[in-house]
Design a binder for this molecule. Structure first.
Ligand code: CA
Length: 230
């Protein structure tokens, strides 16, 4: 059985009920918020994961996501009826860790919840990185740049941890999808680019000419610990 507190922010009560039923069956304890205001007022109760609908009657899910990310790295899965890839990538750009497009299978959502909780619960790889201005401490789950702590989402940390513990090794987007989801999911690989962009924004001095995470055109990404090595 699983344990953990999950906040479901969804104004369509039918969907909220189904999601709740499936997650309760898995052992999770669920709080449902039907509006953005409700979600914000219960957030302080502390949750392990948030399922966030984008289209709410009062506040946009996007805005709530941005608000949460200002002071929390809690795992967020967005529910979206927008099927356009650009919208999905925008959601990830706002700091969501994953998204599920409506209509979705509750089983798929449960699988995503479990995968996200697994990867936010820590990392099996313990190799750290400490060179120059970047320090990655997998045991403390911390990253700092020039001595200042950098806040990464669990997904971003997992990706950075994977790349940095294999310096020089090229990872394809699909391999990286496997790293963060625990399984191959074609169609998701483009979103890796959005995550990498977020990580670069946080750790690179020059995002157009990154020192750490290099793009290997037509293949994927690799980590290099030596600035200007390529
Ligand atoms: Ca809605």
């Amino acid at each position: 059985m699983n344990s953990g507190k999950i906040l479901v922010v969804e104004d369509e009560s039918k969907i909220a009920e189904i999601v709740k039923a499936y997650l309760v069956k898995e052992g999770f304890s669920i709080t449902v918020a039907e509006t953005g205001q409700q979600a914000i007022s219960v957030l302080k109760n502390g949750f392990d994961l948030i399922i966030l609908d984008l289209m709410l009657p009062d506040i946009d899910g996007e805005d709530i996501c941005v608000m949460i990310r200002k002071n929390s790295d809690i795992p967020i899965i967005m529910l979206t009826a927008k099927s356009e890839e650009a919208d999905r990538i925008k959601g990830l750009g706002l700091g969501a860790d994953d998204y599920v497009v409506k209509p979705f299978s509750p089983r798929e959502l449960v699988a995503r919840v479990k995968a996200l909780l697994r990867r936010s619960g820590g990392t099996s790889e313990t190799a750290g990185f400490n060179k120059g201005d970047l320090v990655i401490d997998p045991l403390r789950y911390e990253v700092s740049k020039n001595g200042t702590q950098v806040v990464l989402t669990p997904t971003e940390f997992k990706l950075l941890q994977c790349l940095s513990s294999h310096p020089g090794q090229v990872f394809t987007r699909l391999q990286l999808v496997n790293v963060i989801l625990g399984y191959d999911f074609e169609g998701y690989d483009r979103t890796i680019d959005a995550h990498i962009k977020n990580i670069r924004h946080k750790i690179e001095d020059n995002q157009r000419d990154p020192s750490y995470i290099k793009t290997v055109y037509g293949v994927g990404y690799k980590f290099t610990g030596l600035p200007d090595a390529d």
